[in-house]
Design a protein around this ligand. Structure first.
Ligand SMILES: NC(=O)c1ccc[n+]([C@@H]2O[C@H](COP(=O)([O-])OP(=O)(O)OC[C@H]3O[C@@H](n4cnc5c(N)ncnc54)[C@H](O)[C@@H]3O)[C@@H](O)[C@H]2O)c1
Length: 381
């Protein structure tokens, strides 16, 4: 990935089309263009820069330099690194600190970091002063291809993940590819889990394209990464534009997440989110195929993509009942049934309704690391 670390030109600009709330997503090499982009979107003035402590240390000077060079004087506020930071106490401390630092209506919160910072700082932006503008500066692959686009912000409750939050669209997202040079390998794999999800949702051509680009991605080719990130942002933007508040279509983005979230919670966050989603994609594909609902070739296709992109295979054993209970508190549960996104036999995404008995079968399938392709297609190539 080292060769991604130079260059500052905007390589691509994608618009998330939401009428009056439309915003640009800039893909650039480095941070030089950030300050000017913020000024174009919101004008010069004060701001608050929220990031996890290690990322503020790593990227803060460059980011603050770019902002102040363009006339945006940002006050940095740190938070602890990692998923446990998405909690009420940290959110409250950040809101108080932002208000104490003089955050006023019109002054933006700039979120510098991975999906955790994006969700947490985004919720600060949604709530402080009844809402101030948000600028996303995603630094992890997962945040670039997924969480920074779409306006879902929030924190975790003691009862489950992402149960406290809001929809608050950013005014600008600025992704500097150079950041990815320092991203730990397992976090890169985590982002690729969400990339696989997007490819499956888009259909066989996107799956082929992703598989073919794997060698160039492994070599760290800048053009291949820029194309991958651009394609994923375009796809996410198209779904968000069609269904901003998850009234229907956007729910398909939860593909792999029912099993994935439960595994992630059962493993207490020891495995990054997107890797758990990849396992969830495998398990749910097999579940759907076993029931004659999903594309029969999908379990094998998911596994092939994961292998091409060097993702780890599921190797944990978790009690069925633990997973079942975790799935029951999943926020997608509507009364007695849960809407499970699948890739249907015709290759298109669909939602199927699961009752508690079906959910338990899914939990059973997710409880042990048997070959995800084995059950129905033991002799598949
Ligand atoms: N809002 C949404 O639509 C949405 C969508 C998907 C996921 N999410 C949320 O995103 C979160 C996961 O995001 P994540 O995977 O980015 O986790 P994260 O924010 O915890 O980042 C993962 C780790 O990578 C480090 N890191 C990030 N960028 C780095 C860089 N450039 N160099 C070195 N280290 C770097 C972070 O400090 C952290 O330790 C979860 O909380 C999930 O719920 C939200």
């Amino acid at each position: 990935m080292a060769e991604l670390n130079d260059g500052n030109d905007a390589m691509d600009v994608i618009t998330v089309d939401l009428g009056a709330r439309s915003y640009p997503v800039v893909i650039a090499g480095g941070f030089d263009g950030l300050g000017p982009a913020v000024v174009r979107a919101l004008g010069p003035g004060p701001a608050v820069l929220i990031g996890s402590a290690p990322l503020l240390e790593r990227f803060g000077p460059e980011v603050l330099g770019s902002l102040s060079g363009a006339g945006v004087e940002a006050i940095p506020l740190g938070h602890p690194d990692g998923e446990p930071a998405k909690q009420l106490g940290v959110w409250a401390a950040l809101v108080e600190a932002a208000l104490g630092a003089g955050l006023r209506r019109g002054a933006p919160v700039i979120a510098l970091g991975g999906g955790v910072t994006g969700d947490l700082a985004g919720f600060v932006a949604a709530s402080a002063n009844r809402g101030v503008p948000l600028v996303g500066v995603p630094t992890s692959l997962l945040a670039m291809v997924d969480s920074s686009v779409g306006g879902k912000v929030g924190i975790n409750s003691a009862l489950g993940k992402n149960l406290i939050g809001a929809f608050h669209q950013p005014s600008l997202v600025y992704a500097a590819l150079g950041c990815l040079a320092s991203l730990p390998a397992e976090q890169l794999q985590s982002g690729l889990g969400e990339v696989i999800k997007h490819a499956l949702l888009q259909g066989p051509e996107a799956v082929d394209r992703l598989e073919r680009s794997a060698p160039a991605l492994a070599r760290g080719e800048r053009g291949a990464w820029a194309a991958l990130i651009g394609e994923n942002i375009r796809y996410k933007a198209s779904i968000v534009a069609a269904d901003e508040r998850e009234g229907g279509l956007r729910a398909i983005l939860n593909l792999g997440h029912t099993a994935g979230h439960a595994i992630e919670a059962a493993l207490e966050g020891s495995v990054p989110h997107g890797i758990c989603v990849y396992w969830g994609l495998q398990i749910e594909a097999r579940f759907a195929a076993d029931r004659g609902l999903g594309a029969p070739s999908l379990p094998r296709a998911v596994q092939a993509l994961g292998a091409a992109l060097d993702l780890p295979e599921f190797d944990a054993t978790i009690p069925t009942d633990t997973l079942f209970q975790l799935m029951l508190v999943d926020k997608k549960r509507a009364r007695a049934t849960l809407a499970l996104p699948i890739i249907a036999a015709d290759g298109r995404p669909a939602l199927v309704s699961l009752d508690a008995a079906a959910l338990r079968e899914l939990a059973e399938l997710a409880s042990s690391p048997e070959d995800p392709c084995a059950r129905r297609f033991p002799s598949a190539p």
